[in-house]
Design a protein around this ligand. Structure first.
Ligand SMILES: [Zn+2]
Length: 154
């Protein structure tokens, strides 16, 4: 249910496991074994987690900015993305800067011509750059920061 949120958190540099293939029992076991915080929108699963002493967070909010603000408030994380410490949104591996010449065959010509800084995931090979979607990413993070500030002052 929180696939998009996991991608955000990975871009923000956090180690996030996510799979729609895991059932509740598997999720609880994983969280316990690996000492992870369980993020869920399933109230019953949240209650089962806390009953077993697993740190869990019940994610509310009607959009991404709301949810990010709530998580940032609870865990004290920064609402920013620095690609130097980002993880691959797709597979959770730390991405690495890659010389432009190495990705010439991996992105569209227009993209290659337009941008100079690229990052690549050493595991799944996906290439990242601060493209046309970047202003939208920034504005979502700004919106989340504003929400967080407003909620803190209440
Ligand atoms: Zn990857």
């Amino acid at each position: 249910m929180l696939g998009s949120l996991s991608r955000w958190l990975r871009m923000m540099g956090h180690d996030v496991e996510y799979s729609t293939a895991f059932d509740d029992a598997k999720l609880l076991a994983l969280a316990k074994e690996e000492g992870r915080v369980l993020l869920t929108r399933d109230l019953e699963l949240y209650q089962r987690s806390t009953a077993r002493g697993i740190d869990a967070f019940y994610v509310e909010g009607k959009n991404e900015a709301d949810r990010l603000a709530a998580i940032a408030g609870r865990f004290g994380i920064g609402l920013e993305i620095d690609l130097k410490s980002s993880r691959c949104p797709r597979c959770n591996t730390m991405i690495q800067p890659v010389p432009k010449a190495q990705i010439v065959d991996k992105v569209e010509k227009k993209t290659f011509a337009h941008y100079n800084e690229f990052w690549e995931c050493p595991k799944c090979g996906k290439v990242y750059w601060q493209g046309a979607h970047w202003p939208k990413i920034r504005s979502t993070l700004e919106e989340a920061s504003t929400r967080l500030k407003n909620s803190a002052s209440v």
